[in-house]
Design a protein around this ligand. Structure first.
Ligand code: PLP
Length: 228
C-alpha cells in the first residue's frame, strides 16, 4: 500500500478507461460499462485523488472499512458498493450505511436474514445475486443451475431486497477459455433475468475485465490495475 501521486493514478485510470472503451465498443457503441474502483487494497488518499480525476463509484469488501471510509469521505458525492461476503453479525452495520449496491448476496440464508433486518429498520437495499458460475468449492454464491429460480423466489419473498442483477468472480484459473465460460454462463442467466428487472451484470476484475466486457458485463470491479 502506498499513496500514489495524481499523475501516476491518472495514467493508471486512463489505461483502464481506454481498455474498457475498446472492449465495450467491440460489443456495441451502445454497450455502456460502469467502472467500480475496488479500494480495499489502497490508501484513503488515493480514493480522494481518483475522485478528483473523475471517478465516483468505489467498492469495499469489509463492512468496517466501508464504514470508516464512507464517514471520512462523506463530503464527497461518492457511491459505495459492498463486494465482499457479508457476515451475519455485520448486517445491521451495513444497513445503516445505505450502500448504493450490495453485490455479494451469496446464500439464501444470508438473504433471508438481511431481508428480516431490513424490514425491522423499514429500509431497503439494492443487491446483486452472486453466482458461483464455475462451481468452485473455494467460492460462495448460488450455483448457475439454481440462480434463475432463486432470483424469482427472493423477488417474491424478500420485499425489502431490490434485486438489480447478478455478480460473478471469474473462474480461478490461467485458462482463459474456462474464465470465458464462467462469464458466458453468468451472462446468459442475466439475459434471462432482464425480464425480471435485472439491469446489472457485474463481471470482471483487473486480470479479466476486458474479457468480461466482451462476454456482456456492464459493471467491472477493478482494484490492483489502478493502484500498481
Ligand atoms: C478484490 C476484488 C476485486 C478487485 O480485484 P482486482 O483483481 O484487484 O482488480 C473485484 N471483485 C471482488 C469481489 C473483489 O473481492
Amino acid at each position: 500500500m502506498a499513496i500514489l501521486d495524481k499523475e501516476h493514478l491518472r495514467a493508471n485510470l486512463d489505461e483502464v478507461i481506454w481498455n474498457i472503451e475498446e472492449a465495450r465498443i467491440s460489443v456495441s457503441e451502445h454497450h455502456i460499462v460502469k467502472l467500480v474502483t475496488v479500494a480495499k487494497y489502497t490508501e484513503l488518499e488515493n480514493i480522494s485523488t481518483l475522485y478528483e480525476l473523475g471517478q465516483r463509484a468505489f467498492g469495499e469488501n469489509q463492512v468496517q472499512q466501508l464504514k470508516e471510509r464512507m464517514h471520512t469521505l462523506e463530503e464527497l458525492p461518492l457511491e459505495w458498493h459492498m463486494i465482499g461476503s457479508l457476515q451475519k453479525n455485520k448486517i445491521n452495520n451495513l444497513i445503516d450505511l445505505h450502500p448504493t449496491l450490495m453485490q455479494s448476496l451469496d446464500s439464501l440464508d444470508l438473504t433471508e436474514e438481511l431481508n428480516k433486518k431490513l424490514a425491522t429498520k423499514e429500509s431497503k437495499m439494492n443487491c446483486l445475486l452472486q453466482i458461483n458460475a464455475a462451481n468452485e468449492a473455494s467460492k460462495s454464491g448460488f450455483s448457475s443451475e439454481e440462480a434463475y429460480d432463486m432470483y424469482q423466489t427472493i423477488t417474491e419473498s424478500c420485499p425489502n431486497i431490490n434485486l438489480k442483477g447478478v455478480m460473478t468472480i471469474g473462474a480461478h484459473t490461467e485458462d482463459s477459455k474456462e474464465i470465458q465460460k464462467s462469464f458466458e454462463t453468468t451472462h446468459s442467466i442475466y439475459e434471462n433475468l432482464q425480464k425480471e428487472g435485472a439491469t446489472y451484470c457485474s463481471m470482471g476484475m483487473s486480470s479479466d475485465y476486458t474479457l468480461a466486457i466482451k462476454c456482456g458485463s456492464n459493471l467491472v470491479r477493478v482494484g490492483s490495475a489502478l493502484f500498481k
